[in-house]
Design a protein around this ligand. Structure first.
Ligand code: GRF
Length: 201
């Protein structure tokens, strides 16, 4: 995965970006971005959380932080196209410049990606292209590689794929368990995601 400068960006750069976060789970990255915005570490306004899981802890975090939430359950729609159309329709109420995926457990269609071309980014807990998928931390540990890490990248229509914005490695210790490695990866993610947004906004 080749890091890019950012020639392809069409994000407004001077007054900060209006950010939407898509998440399905715990939301520790969501919380890190809320903090980064609050502390003015990034020039962004966190406008809305989009979640497909009403019961996810990230939804509670958003409510506590008084950030608008769009809840769209995939099961309520006959097709992915209808599901995404509902998200697009509701996002139109906001002027979103950038979508940050933070543990959003669904693939976006090529049509959705095209609509927000170069405006969707993702964070992944590995040194992509190594260890794509939902179990990247465990897969790296099981593979007994010396290093793993975190990647923030633009999203294209393939899973965990697209030009890298930032990538940082972590050494896997001989004593690491899944739990200890996860902790270090997540701590790194919480630093790297704001940094990546700063680079592109
Ligand atoms: C993170 O490890 C992220 O890299 C991956 O999903 C996880 C989300 O964690 N895409 P959290 O919900 O932000 O705590």
């Amino acid at each position: 995965m080749n890091p890019v400068a950012s020639p392809q960006l069409n994000i407004p750069r001077c007054n900060g970006v209006n950010l939407a976060i898509f998440a399905s789970g715990n939301g520790s990255n969501f919380a890190a971005l809320v903090k980064a915005v609050k502390e003015k570490k990034i020039k962004a306004k966190l406008i809305v959380l989009v979640s497909d899981k009403p019961e996810a802890f990230v939804v509670k975090r958003a409510q506590k932080a008084k950030i608008a939430v769009i809840l769209v359950k995939r099961e309520d729609f006959a097709s992915r196209a209808d599901f995404e159309a509902a998200i697009i329709q509701r996002l139109k109420n906001y002027k979103i410049d950038l979508i940050a995926l933070a543990g959003f457990m669904r693939m976006l269609s090529p049509g959705f990606v095209k609509l927000y071309r170069n405006r969707i980014i993702n964070i992944h807990p590995s040194l992509l292209p190594a260890f794509k998928g939902a179990h990247a931390i465990k897969d790296a540990l099981d593979a007994k590689v010396a290093f793993t890490g975190v990647t923030v990248h633009f999203v294209d229509s393939k899973m965990d794929h697209g030009p890298a914005i930032l990538q940082k490695q972590i050494k896997i210790k001989r004593t690491d368990t899944l739990n200890s490695l996860e902790k270090r990866i997540h701590a790194l993610e919480h630093k790297l995601y704001p940094q990546a947004i700063k680079i592109i906004s």
